[in-house]
Ligand binder design. Structure first.
Ligand code: CP
Length: 302
């Protein structure tokens, strides 16, 4: 890739990931710097977002740059029928970098073919969410002191969950063991299980969110069942409340186990988990600021 775009987490080598985590650590110590003075970053969100959009925009503001864009495509000329191609060509004229979330898988890669400036994929359908993965890796390192040889249990919507797909791919550098907990309708897709096989990664699939699973886990990665990904809403109703983590389920867990969630949550983590030492999802979301500052600087070669 000629530009420093980030479309998939696989665009980054292990060394690049480690360098970005180091840079994020520097931003955690000092998030307010003037590195982006004179730069304009476009934030194009074709799908709703709280954390990704606001942490990207905060990242730019804290680094002294300017943000343009939209959080609702209905306020853009897409509502008049303008194509994604034309939108990206136009915004390339105005901004030095485009951060884009889109509901279609592959939209970010397509935009990258058209844009004259780098693209950062802020989530494309159920495909990839590589900037979430960078903050997840940062958080895993922060809580475990290592990325190596960890047992990561992924729970919930493993079929449509772009965050688990990106995280699985990134972790292949670090010898993980995975436990996939999902109902039949939302199992991890075959292509990701094949990926694990190709990289010699040990994984186990189960429907049972049992104490044994939780007690073997270093990182418990909960996910939301995403209503917006279902074409059959009856199916969504059947599976939406299958797994709920409660505080009492954590009584036998490893002392250093941490519960992560990309957020937003709905019913999959009960409020009483928030008060346990294992809850780390709000800190995880804060880390998005530092990880995204590092990624913006990479994209702009700064
Ligand atoms: N984790 C995440 O992508 O959250 P938002 O949808 O709020 O951006």
């Amino acid at each position: 890739m000629d530009k420093h775009s980030l479309i998939s987490i696989s665009d980054l080598s292990k060394d690049e990931i480690l360098a970005l985590l180091k840079r994020a650590q520097e931003f955690e110590k000092n998030p307010n710097q003037r590195i982006l003075a004179g730069k304009v970053v476009a934030s194009l969100f074709f799908e709703p977002s709280t954390r990704t959009r606001l942490s990207f925009e905060t990242a730019v503001n804290r680094l002294g740059g300017r943000v343009i864009g939209f959080s609702d495509p209905k306020s853009s000329s897409q509502a008049k029928g303008e194509s994604l191609k034309d939108t990206i060509m136009m915004v390339s004229n105005y901004a030095d970098l485009i951060v884009m979330r889109h509901y279609l898988e592959g939209a970010a890669r397509y935009a990258n073919e058209i844009a004259s400036v780098p693209i950062i994929n802020a989530g494309d359908g159920s495909n990839q969410h590589p900037t979430q993965t960078m903050l997840d890796l940062y958080t895993i390192y922060q809580t475990q002191g290592t990325l190596e040889n960890l047992t990561i249990t992924m729970v919930g919507d493993l079929k449509y969950g772009r965050t688990v797909h990106s995280l699985l791919e990134a972790m292949h550098h670090f010898h993980p063991r995975f436990k996939f907990v999902a109902c039949d309708e939302l199992r991890m897709p075959e292509q990701y299980k094949q990926y694990c096989k190709e990289w010699g990664i040990d994984y186990e699939e189960t429907r049972d969110f049992s104490p044994e699973i939780i007690n073997q886990t270093d990182i418990l990665y909960m996910t939301r069942v995403q209503r917006e990904r279902f074409s059959d809403l009856m199916e969504y109703e059947r599976v939406k409340n299958v797994y709920t983590l409660t505080a009492s389920m954590l009584t036998g867990c490893k002392p250093n186990m941490r519960v992560l969630h990309p957020l937003p949550r709905v019913t999959e983590i009960a409020q009483d988990v928030d008060d346990t030492p294992q809850a780390y999802y709000f800190e995880q979301a804060l880390n998005g600021l530092y990880a995204r500052q590092a990624l913006i600087c990479r994209a702009l070669d700064l």
